[in-house]
Design a protein around this ligand. Structure first.
Ligand code: HEC
Length: 159
């Protein structure tokens, strides 16, 4: 999966103006962006959701089911914030948010709700401790990511 760090800009002293960075996301910690910058915030949040999915997958592979609970819970909590990070018309050159988000707002909101429901079910499945059920539910969570991305996120441009 190509992950591009977008929306990061730095004002360089000396009047060079804005320099934007783009590079592969390698899981290195980043400082929390300005919380008023919704586009930077949602990138930060989505990256964290992605990191949680990845870590959860690794824990499941290693048979550490109970340890995946915090990751599933983090995704549930993040899902609650998605709506507020997409105020009407909040796009930019670096944002992959599609106009359809605001044209089909109810559908978009429902997508965030599906993520919440599936992630919450994952928390419960982890509590149950059965690897096959956890694996199946994780796939459903992944499906809810894809469902929203397919409708509301612009595809990666080819390198
Ligand atoms: C309700 C819709 C929705 C759901 C559900 C959703 N996403 Fe996203 N995601 C988006 C949108 C829209 C963008 C593009 C935002 C932008 O560029 O402004 C995005 C961007 C991303 C990015 C790229 C962030 C960046 O730095 O550019 C990652 C990674 C990501 N999502 C992972 C996930 C994962 C993993 C899940 C499921 C666990 C998920 N998303 C669920 C809508 C969603």
């Amino acid at each position: 999966m190509k992950r591009v760090l977008v929306g990061m800009a730095l004002v360089v002293a000396g009047g060079l103006g804005m320099v934007s960075f783009s590079g592969a996301h390698d899981g290195k910690p980043m400082p929390l962006p300005d919380t008023k910058d919704v586009i930077a915030m949602r990138h930060y949040l989505m990256e964290n959701v992605g990191d949680n999915m990845k870590e959860m997958g690794e824990k499941l592979k290693a048979g550490k089911i109970a340890e995946a609970k915090v990751n599933a819970q983090a995704i549930t909590l993040h899902s609650l914030r998605v709506v507020e990070l997409f105020p009407k018309g909040s796009t930019s050159e670096t944002s992959k948010a599609k106009e359809e988000i605001w044209q089909k707002w109810d559908e978009f909101v429902k997508s965030t709700d599906t993520l919440k429901t599936e992630a919450d079910r994952l928390v419960m499945a982890i509590g149950g401790g059965k690897a096959d059920e956890v694996g199946a539910q994780m796939k459903k969570v992944g499906g809810s990511c894809k469902g929203c991305h397919d409708s509301f996120r612009k595809p990666d441009e080819k390198k």
